[in-house]
Design a binder for this molecule. Structure first.
Ligand code: ACO
Length: 223
C-alpha cells in the first residue's frame, strides 16, 4: 500500500472512491438514506471537494490493482476557523436536500454548542472531516495509518489542535487509539424533532456522535 498527499487534480478519483464507499456506508448517511442505491449527493460532494482544496488530505493507493493505481482509502482534512461552522449552518437553510440538512444540522449545532475554539483559545484547527476505506480493504489497518499520517501533517503544518466528528464506534476507536480525547457526545436517540421522533435512526452498534480532539504541544514527536 502507498500513502500520498491528495492534490486538487485527484478530486474526481477521490469522489469516485467516496461514492462507492463512504457516501452509502457512513452511519449518519445510512440512517438518513442519503445516497442510497449508488446515487450521489451534490452537497456532500461539494463538502468533500472543499476539504481537498486545503491540501492536507491523504490517500491510500493500491498500486498492484490490475496494473493501475486504485484509491482504496482517504482521509479528507481541512482547516477550520472561528465563524466557519456558524456560516455553514446558516447556508444549510438554502440547501434543498432534506437528508443532508438532517446530518449537518446535527453536526454544526453540536460543534457550536461544544465550542473547541473557546475552550482551547486557538484561531484555527486541523479538522479531520472524512475517513473512508474501500469495503474490500477494511480491517487491514488502512484507516489507522491514514489517521496517523493526518496527525503528522497537522504537526508539520504547525497546528496546535486537531478535531474530528466521529459518527460510528469504529472511527471513534481509531481516533482514540491515536491520542484523540472525547470533548463532547450526542446520543442519536436524543436528536429528536418537536414530536419526540428520532431524526436519524442510526443502526447499532453506532449509538452516538463523538466530537474528539487532540492537542499538539511543541516538541511532541510523531508516533
Ligand atoms: N468491526 C470491528 N472492528 C473494526 C471494524 C469493524 N467493522 N472496523 C474497524 N475496526 C477496528 C479494527 O479492529 C482496528 O482495531 P485495532 O487497531 O485495535 O486493531 C481499528 O478499528 C482500525 O481498523 P482499520 O483496519 O484501520 O479500519 P479500516 O481500514 O477497516 O477502516 C472505517 C475503518 C474507516 C470506519 C471503514 O469501516 C469505513 O470506511 N466505514 C464507512 C465510512 C465511515 O463510517 N467512516 C467514519 C465516519 S467518521 C469520519 O469520517 C470523521
Amino acid at each position: 500500500m502507498e500513502y500520498q498527499m491528495i492534490a486538487p487534480e485527484h478530486s474526481e478519483q477521490v469522489l469516485e472512491h467516496l461514492r462507492r464507499n463512504f457516501f452509502a456506508d457512513e452511519p449518519l448517511n445510512k440512517a438518513a438514506g442519503l445516497c442510497q442505491n449508488g446515487s450521489s449527493c451534490p452537497a456532500l460532494e461539494a463538502h468533500c471537494a472543499e476539504a481537498i482544496q486545503h491540501r492536507m488530505s491523504v490517500m491510500a493507493v493500491d498500486a498492484k490493482e490490475k496494473g493501475a493505481c486504485k484509491i482504496v482509502g482517504v482521509v479528507l482534512n481541512g482547516i477550520l476557523k472561528p465563524g466557519d461552522t456558524a456560516k455553514a449552518l446558516s447556508k444549510l437553510d438554502c440547501n434543498d436536500d432534506a437528508d443532508f440538512r438532517k446530518i449537518f444540522d446535527l453536526l454544526h449545532r453540536h460543534n457550536l454548542k461544544h465550542n473547541l475554539f473557546e475552550h482551547f483559545d486557538v484561531d484555527c484547527m486541523f479538522d479531520v472531516r472524512i475517513l473512508s476505506v474501500d469495503s474490500c480493504y477494511r480491517g487491514q489497518g488502512i484507516a489507522n495509518e491514514l489517521v496517523k499520517r493526518s496527525v503528522a501533517v497537522a504537526r508539520k503544518n504547525g497546528f496546535r489542535l486537531l478535531k474530528a466528528d466521529a459518527t460510528g464506534i469504529f472511527s471513534q476507536k481509531i481516533f482514540r487509539s491515536h491520542g484523540f480525547e472525547v470533548f463532547s457526545e450526542q446520543p442519536y436517540s436524543k436528536y429528536t424533532d418537536e414530536d419526540g421522533k428520532v431524526i436519524l435512526p442510526v443502526e447499532a452498534p453506532h449509538i452516538k456522535l463523538q466530537q474528539l480532539y487532540k492537542a499538539i504541544c511543541a516538541g511532541d514527536q510523531d508516533e
